[in-house]
Design a binder for this molecule. Structure first.
Ligand code: S3P
Length: 450
């Protein structure tokens, strides 16, 4: 079942080359944060290029339930009239975050230090994911929570009426956990300190500074030490959301795998905490170049040019790079299937608790399509078969996971026989224009029942 309706089976097959420009939607991580921080500022935040995918729209609805006004002006232009830090009011309804782990975890943080009781739920995928990683640190502020067994949604949070600031060492590499603690720290007096041993995406830190919070980051032997001074008055901002490197990954990899392709993916954020896939592909021998490198809104940005690359080799992906490409391993495993030799991916335990267990979902689909995959709890190895040698010809499960669905649709563009996913519906959570964008480039992707 797709998260928002009946299943939508989709098929992709080998076809002509992919050519042209791929204008992928706005960054999902930055879009969530724009709405949440906009709601916590005093006055009107203007946002252009917002990702209008289901995940982000659910976060927008949640901000309205807490008292902010969220207005869609059309064409990706939005505004949020914020109520200020500590200004949220208790919603009279359950907050449904749909499929979005980022949405629910960040919002839990944002409300944890307000004197109110809030119940959260989501779809079957989200309701199976662990929330203890967020509620454990929030308890240090004085927040109480009751959920289902294993710390799962639906879950009710009782915000701390008299929060105390915390010092927290994040035990897993997770930007969602780090961000939840920082957002909770906004409404606590004094300094909240978050320490991460491995750097994860730093959009929350950058944006908090942009909104006028007092926040410092220090690299120490302990790790990245982030210190936030609580109870600021956040200033509304004008935000231009950059295009999403995690969405760019799909047309880029599709171009590398489709004979004769040459695709330009303009304006992609290359924040070092997000760009790991592109460096990995270059090391594998992909014809992938960064053109027109520049800086926009304090972030490195480039146009990516990807051309058909039939001579890629498997590599050992450095585990230290994992956090900077955590959402891209599914599509990397597809590219690896067409490379020569083994692609070894270690230090990726977090993949097991994403929208699906992504190692298991990809391994099962790849094996069904004729590709050898070995796996352990925090590693997997794909043995490439080289171009022209990957059979395909199977239907695989997308498991309510947008990136699994899109990865197998990219795979089918290069397998000998077409690939089908049982449900492409979840794609709308992060990349609502995936189908028209890919077919516009020349990819043979279609709804299987048409
Ligand atoms: C995200 C953080 C990552 C990532 C997710 C978006 C964010 O999750 O997988 O798609 O916006 O903070 P984790 O924090 O669980 O690694």
């Amino acid at each position: 079942m797709s998260s928002h309706g009946d299943p939508i089976p989709m098929t992709s097959r080998k076809g002509g080359p992919l050519k042209g420009e791929a204008l992928v939607p706005g960054d999902k991580s930055i879009s969530h944060r724009s709405l949440i921080l906009g709601a916590m500022a005093v006055g009107e935040t203007r946002i252009s290029g917002l990702l209008e995918g289901d995940d982000v729209l659910d976060t927008g609805r949640a901000m309205e339930a807490f008292g902010a006004e969220v207005i869609n002006h059309g064409g990706g232009e939005w505004s949020v009239h914020g109520v200020g830090v500590g200004g949220f009011s208790e919603p009279d309804q359950v907050i449904d975050c749909g499929n979005s782990g980022t949405g629910v975890r960040l919002i839990m943080g944002a409300v944890a230090t307000s004197d109110m009781t809030v119940t959260f739920t989501g779809d079957a995928s989200l309701n199976s994911r662990p929330m203890g990683r967020v509620t454990d640190p929030l308890a240090l502020f004085g927040t109480q929570s009751v959920g289902r067994t294993g710390g799962r949604l639906p879950m009710t949070l009782v915000g701390a009426a008299a929060p105390v600031p915390v010092r927290y060492v994040v035990p897993v590499p997770s930007a969602q956990v780090k961000s939840a603690v920082l957002l909770a720290g906004l409404n606590a007096p004094g300094q909240t300190v978050v320490i991460e041993q491995e750097a994860t995406r730093d959009h929350t830190e950058r944006m908090l500074v942009g909104f006028g919070a007092e926040l410092t980051v220090e690299e120490t032997d302990e790790g990245r030490v982030i210190t936030l001074t609580g109870q600021p008055e956040l200033q509304p901002q004008t935000i231009a959301v950059p295009r999403d490197p995690s969405s760019a990954a799909f047309p880029v990899c599709a171009a590398l795998l489709s004979e004769g392709s040459d695709v330009l993916v303009p304006n992609i954020g290359l924040n070092p905490t997000r760009a790991g896939l592109f460096y990995t592909l270059q090391e594998m021998g992909a014809d992938l170049t960064f053109e027109n490198m520049r800086e926009e809104g304090g972030e490195p940005v480039a146009d990516l040019r990807a051309r058909y690359s039939p001579d890629m080799k498997g590599i050992e992906v450095p585990p230290a790079r994992a956090a900077s490409m955590i959402d891209e391993y599914p599509v990397l495993s597809v590219v690896a299937a067409f490379a020569e030799g083994q692609t070894v991916m270690r230090g990726v335990k977090e993949l097991r608790v994403k929208e699906s267990d992504r190692i298991d979902a990809m391994a099962q689909g790849l094996r069904a399509a004729g590709v050898e995959v070995d796996e352990g709890e925090d590693w997997w190895i794909v043995t490439g078969r080289g171009f022209g040698h990957v059979p395909g010809g199977v239907t695989v499960e997308s498991r309510l996971d947008h990136r699994i669905a899109m990865s197998f649709m990219v795979m089918g563009l290069a397998t000998e026989a077409p690939m089908t996913v049982d449900d492409g519906g979840p794609i709308t959570t992060s990349f609502p224009i995936f189908e028209p964008l890919m077919t516009g480039l020349g990819a043979a992707i279609l709804r299987a029942n048409r």
